[in-house]
Design a protein around this ligand. Structure first.
Ligand SMILES: [Zn+2]
Length: 273
């Protein structure tokens, strides 16, 4: 329902005027629908539906007249995957006329803080023996990233380094080059973890995605095949873990299990000269 309203006039249905997706490199549209119900006592309750199988985070921008919101300004709400009639907050009307105007912005996944369990021990995303071609902060393309590039021949198995659910995938990219325009050709899988962080597995083979959005993933599971798509000079797997807060990405340093009693920090995984 889209109605033009004026905050100075009486009771109006909610107007959802703007949907802003702030997720970095997001593909597709937000699958969130916001709506209201008027309760018998004149209060307005806001609800959200999510048609996607993965959670979204929304932030409300409220313009109210003669109403008191039940949430703090700028409060973020996480809407679980496939949620129906998920209650957000209540707007309490005072006596007489009141009006409300609600905007929201949505982000796929968790956008509520830079959460990451730093004690978690990840599996390697490819089989051993591994060859690191670029580490955290690498000058070639990781200057501002805690990301690892594992050199590996195309078509090798990509293994889930941690359990979670599939947040996003792309598998239709066919090309690689070292120009900015090639980034969008990169195939990938993103897996959302229980702590809200996300692991990205990049440069996968054309049609090399073995999972669907919303799938639960076990640690060690084969999820796809490595490739050389996107901004890439040679076959490799790019692996990074990040979290979002207000749309800003923070990269997290990870620990990896390298076999019997050998746990290593991602900072120590560097190319051999
Ligand atoms: Zn990389």
């Amino acid at each position: 329902m889209m109605k033009t309203n004026d905050l100075d006039q009486g009771r109006w249905p909610i107007r959802v005027a703007v949907i802003i997706c702030v997720h970095i490199a997001v593909t597709g549209k937000s699958q969130i629908q916001l709506y209201e119900k008027e309760l018998a006592d004149g209060q307005i309750k806001l609800y959200a539906d999510n048609t996607d199988p993965v959670p979204y985070t929304i932030k409300l921008k409220l313009q109210l007249k003669n109403m008191v919101p039940g949430c703090a300004p700028g409060q973020a709400f996480v809407i679980p995957g496939k949620a129906k009639t998920h209650e957000l907050t209540t707007l309490k009307a005072g006596k007489g006329k009141f009006a409300y105007h609600v905007q929201y912005e949505s982000t796929k996944g968790i956008n509520t803080g830079h959460h990451h369990d730093d004690n978690y021990v990840y599996d390697l995303p490819v089989s051993q023996p591994i060859k690191i071609i670029q580490g955290y902060g690498g000058r070639f393309s990781h200057a501002d990233k805690k990301a690892l590039d594992f050199g590996i021949k195309e078509g090798s198995n990509v293994l889930a380094a941690r359990e979670g659910i599939v947040l996003e995938t792309k598998g239709d990219g066919q090309h690689n080059c070292l120009e900015k325009g090639c980034e969008k050709e990169g195939n990938y899988i993103k897996i959302l973890h229980a702590d809200g962080s996300v692991a990205s597995y990049y440069h996968l083979q054309y049609k090399g995605i073995g999972v669907n959005v919303g799938d639960p993933i076990k640690k060690g599971q084969v999820i796809g095949r490595t490739g050389n798509t996107g901004f890439s000079s040679e076959p490799h797997l790019h692996f990074e873990v990040y979290s979002l807060y207000d749309g800003n990405k923070k990269f997290h340093s990870c620990h990896f299990d390298l076999g019997p009693k050998k746990i290593i920090s991602g900072d120590q995984l560097k190319p051999k000269n």
